[in-house]
Design a protein around this ligand. Structure first.
Ligand SMILES: Cc1ncc(COP(=O)(O)O)c(C=O)c1O
Length: 488
């Protein structure tokens, strides 16, 4: 089969003079490596067109569909973000009603806003002591659909950013009884379904639309993603129209070659890559479970990768004098280990098929050392603060307090004013507020700001976490709220 990366190499080395875009004309300039410029093209003769694929891109998309068990797949060069926007837009008419989990990525909210959708939320439970959003249960979906009979599509995020995997098979059966589509934001699950020991991917579990960020969990360049479609509940022409709207008209062939390359590489050596991945992962977990203070997800009972994804290690500092941010700083500054993120009471570390034994070894050693120095009263490395030991409400409890809102599609366009954060309690949010990463909104425009949310935001800022949507103005934390609100 012909590969995009081979064709780009051939083109870069050919004698053909580029009287076309991109403007670098295949010559390196400045400090970036020349190879990048040699391979970087957009649509030219012989390279097909992403917005109307007929040759190599069509073939590659078919190959992706075969690998994931989908009827049709699309290459995305604007990340899963473009896939989620397109999926939501195609699954529902403008003004429709979506049922979605409240821990969806911001792109889902943006899709709902753009199509003027009414949103009903599924609130995930929280995983016991870890303060992370858990799965959405089939029973929850069933109940919500009974309560909201005019819902036109359901959107679930699975695996979550922290790796929680919902029972998509059962949820798909429930959703399909209503003859409406199920969209699964599987941005964090492009590695699912490839080998034993990993959960199945949602295309094979009955979902109608599935979105994968190839760049998140497979070895591909940033922004690469796939959208898969199955069944007859989605109008494919409509879907293509929205892909056309949301994706660049100059798709990067480097990015597309990177999708091709990643899938080709992983499918060529599946058993070895995923076998080594599982072995290294399990060895690390075996050793980490010897820690006396730090706690880990997956817990021992969840080692099979069914409910907690292989590759997502949640390191909880609850009950220790360290906050998540402090553990993150120690890992980065003392051990030169860059975690994926820090939250109040945990750190997230990610592994994929491309991690080396050295990576596992360095994290394991570091955590064993840190844990060994954590005595019940000791403060490690002199960085603990009062907040670390403070009993903190979990993030989902904070989010639930904000219910009773003005619909997003209306609220985001309403007049706003900037107020001091301290004066915002009881007001309606005028902008999204995200504890970043991963971009799951704590406040959605139109939601009423509760005392609990206010206190949580202040605490996150004190702890040095990134809170998007709160700005410092005149040395005070400020937030946009709606003005002149008539409650609905
Ligand atoms: C659950 C989830 N969905 C979608 C996205 C968007 O993915 P991308 O960055 O590929 O656009 C993210 C990004 O972090 C995410 O966490």
């Amino acid at each position: 089969m012909e590969h995009l990366f081979d064709k780009l190499k051939e083109n870069g080395e050919s004698n053909i003079y580029p009287l076309h875009m991109p403007g670098h004309k295949r010559h390196a300039c400045g400090k970036l490596p020349g190879e990048m410029y040699l391979r970087d093209i957009t649509e030219i003769e012989g390279f097909d067109n992403l917005h109307q694929p007929q040759e190599i891109l069509l073939e590659l998309q078919r190959k992706a569909a075969d690998l994931y068990g989908a009827e049709e797949s699309f290459y995305l060069i604007n990340g899963s973000t473009a896939g989620i926007l397109s999926a939501i837009s195609a699954a529902l008419p403008a003004g429709g009603h979506i049922l979605m989990s409240r821990n969806c990525h911001k792109s889902a909210y943006h899709g709902a806003y753009l199509r003027n959708l009414t949103i009903s939320y599924l609130y995930p439970k929280v995983v016991g002591e870890y303060d992370i959003f858990d799965t959405i249960s089939p029973e929850q979906v069933q109940k919500a659909l009974e309560q909201e009979p005019d819902v036109g599509a359901v959107l679930i995020v699975s695996p979550t950013y922290e790796g929680r995997i919902s029972d998509i098979g059962r949820i798909a059966e429930i959703v399909h009884k209503k003859k409406i589509p199920l969209i699964v934001d599987e941005a964090h699950g492009a590695h699912l379904g490839w080998a034993d020991g990993f959960a199945e991917n949602s295309c094979r579990l009955g979902a109608d639309l599935v979105i994968h960020s190839v760049h998140k969990t497979l070895p591909a360049l940033t922004q690469t993603a796939l959208l898969h479609v199955n069944g007859n509940l989605i109008d494919r022409e409509q879907l293509k129209r929205f892909l056309h709207i949301y994706q660049s008209s100059s798709p990067s062939y480097l990015l597309m070659a990177s999708i091709d390359n990643a899938l080709d590489y992983v499918s060529g050596e599946t058993a070895r890559l995923f076998g080594d991945f599982l072995e290294n992962w399990n060895d690390m977990l075996d050793r980490l479970f010897g820690c006396r203070h730090l706690h880990f997800l997956p817990e021992t009972s969840e080692r099979k990768g069914v409910k907690q994804d292989v590759g997502k290690l949640v390191i909880s500092t609850k009950g220790t004098p360290l906050s998540g941010r402090q553990l993150y700083d120690i890992l980065l500054n003392k051990y030169q280990l860059q975690p994926e993120m820090a939250s109040e009471s945990y750190v997230l570390a990610m592994f994929t098929v491309n991690d080396t034994k050295e990576g596992y070894e360095r994290l394991t050693q570091a955590l064993l050392e840190i844990d060994g120095r954590l005595t019940d009263s000791a403060v490690t490395d002199g960085v603990a603060t009062d907040d670390a030991a403070e009993e903190i409400p979990c993030r989902m409890d904070t989010v639930i307090q904000n219910q009773g809102a003005i619909p997003l599609a209306k609220a985001w366009d309403m007049g706003k004013k900037v107020v001091n954060l301290a004066e915002a309690v009881g007001c309606y949010a005028g902008e999204f507020v995200n504890l970043y990463p991963p971009g799951v909104p704590v406040l959605v425009p139109g939601e009423r700001i509760s005392e609990e949310t206010y206190e949580s935001i202040c605490r996150w800022i004190r702890q040095g976490l990134t809170v998007q949507g709160v700005e410092v103005r005149e040395r005070k934390n400020s937030i946009k709220v709606l003005k002149d609100v008539q409650e609905e």
